[in-house]
Ligand binder design. Structure first.
Ligand code: APR
Ligand code: PHB
Length: 389
């Protein structure tokens, strides 16, 4: 078969790009190695920047989010046993939207089935070829038969472990990476959130985060060792550790219940440069990873998609100026967002090797942050999301 854009991966990047292209009259196919249910089973963050909300609106998939999403005007940081509020709306004029990535993905999948554009799930042994030539192609195995798709462009939306970045010759790509010496143990539970806003907690026992998916579903995290296994953590042990890291009054208000999901995620900062190789583009987690502190992963994926969508629309309208700027424009925003995610991770976690001086610096930075309108504004403008330029 022939199409205009072959999209590898049906995560939020691939599905959002597909939806925007379809609405612009650009033919595309999405090829995903897993099943739709598997993709929907992955629990990820749930804080959307206004620019992401706007893009979902442009994609025509914002209806349920507007009904069920929770707009948040502020966020809290807790340290030294005290909670401090960052007034996002007051400091920046912007809010964030709490709506889970799983729900964004479900809305995109529903829209795609309505649009009728082809989607292949359970595609095995996906191979991308010829992206340095005028006629790239993708092939995959399904039910033992190899299928081949010819396209004008390939969008590598296949996540950190995908095939697209791996196919680029090592001499053509530079990788930058930082691995953090701890993980996040996350629990999803059908209990009301402990507070109506998110609370990021700095504590000598380690970081914790009180987040939420709705008024009746909560998402909590505690910093854990990379050697830990999620199965070794009973629900009781998790709730006890979370309570230990919260101020006593907040711990007393915490409503606990059986976990419906429990998993450990490692923390990584990673960027690949450039993000374009001939007719292949890397988008979202295929090109970069941020640690989850600040919830920028999905938002960065969305800004990549916005830049590539603009580039492809202009290409088919006769101009290649925008598409030639895809890698540079996307990377400029990615690096600034990498900086923020790294900074917030460094500020809020316990680092095994930081020593007494490092701990004092961390505490001084937190004290400074809440004593300075300039520092709070800098944090707030990054938290609500940098502009798309
Ligand atoms: N062929 C086809 N599909 C593949 C292949 C392959 N070889 N390898 C991976 N995939 C699929 C994965 O199964 C997954 O569904 O690509 C998809 C990539 O989706 P994500 O990992 O969700 O990445 P992305 O769409 O860029 O979303 C970024 O998701 O990972 C979070 O923090 C991240 O929130 C951010 C967002
Ligand atoms: C989440 O709700 O899962 C979440 C929220 C904020 C973060 C990270 C994760 O910074």
């Amino acid at each position: 078969m022939k199409t205009q854009v072959a999209i590898i991966g049906a995560g939020p990047s691939g599905l959002l790009l597909g939806q925007l292209l379809s609405r612009s009259g650009i033919a595309n196919i999405v090829i995903e190695q897993r099943s739709a249910d598997y993709v929907l089973g992955r629990i990820r963050a749930g804080v959307l920047e206004q620019t992401t909300v706007d893009l979902l609106q442009q994609a025509g998939v914002a209806g349920r989010m507007q009904q069920e999403g929770l707009p948040h005007d502020g966020v809290e940081l807790c340290f030294g046993g005290q909670r401090h509020r960052l007034d996002l709306l007051g400091l920046t004029g912007k809010r964030v939207m709490v709506y889970g990535q799983t729900e964004v993905t479900r809305d995109l999948m529903d829209a795609r089935s309505v649009s009728g554009e082809p989607t292949v799930y359970d595609a095995d042994e996906v191979v991308v070829e010829g992206f340095d030539s005028p006629q790239p192609s993708v092939s995959y195995l399904q039910d033992g038969v190899r299928h081949r798709v010819e396209a004008d462009f390939i969008a590598g939306c296949d996540g950190f472990h995908g095939v697209c970045r791996a196919t680029v010759p090592p001499s053509a790509i530079t990788l930058y990476e930082k691995i953090y010496p701890f993980g996040w143990l996350g629990v999803l539970a059908d209990v009301p959130p402990v507070s109506h806003e998110l609370i990021y907690v700095h504590h000598e026992r380690g970081f914790a985060l009180c987040s939420q998916r709705s008024k009746v579903r909560s998402r909590y995290y505690v910093q854990c060792s990379l050697d830990d296994q999620a199965e070794q953590w009973s629900d009781d042990a998790f709730w006890a550790e979370l309570k230990n890291r919260l101020p006593p009054q907040t711990a007393a208000q915490l409503i606990t219940g059986p976990s419906i999901e429990k998993s450990i995620a490692p923390l990584r900062s990673f960027v690949a440069e450039p993000l374009r190789f001939g007719r292949l583009f890397l988008v979202g987690d295929a090109g970069h990873i941020v640690p989850p502190t600040g919830a920028k992963g999905l938002n960065l994926a969305a800004s990549d998609v916005a830049y590539l969508w603009q580039g492809l629309r202009s290409h088919y309208a006769g101009s290649d100026t925008e598409i030639n700027h895809y890698s540079g424009r996307a990377l400029a925003r990615i690096w600034k967002t990498e900086r923020f995610s790294w900074w917030m991770t460094s500020l809020m976690h316990n680092f095994p090797d930081s020593g007494h001086f490092g701990q004092k610096m961390q505490r001084a930075e937190l004290d400074y942050l809440f004593s300075s309108a300039a520092a709070m504004t800098a944090m707030a403008e990054n938290y609500v999301g940098l502009p798309l330029v």
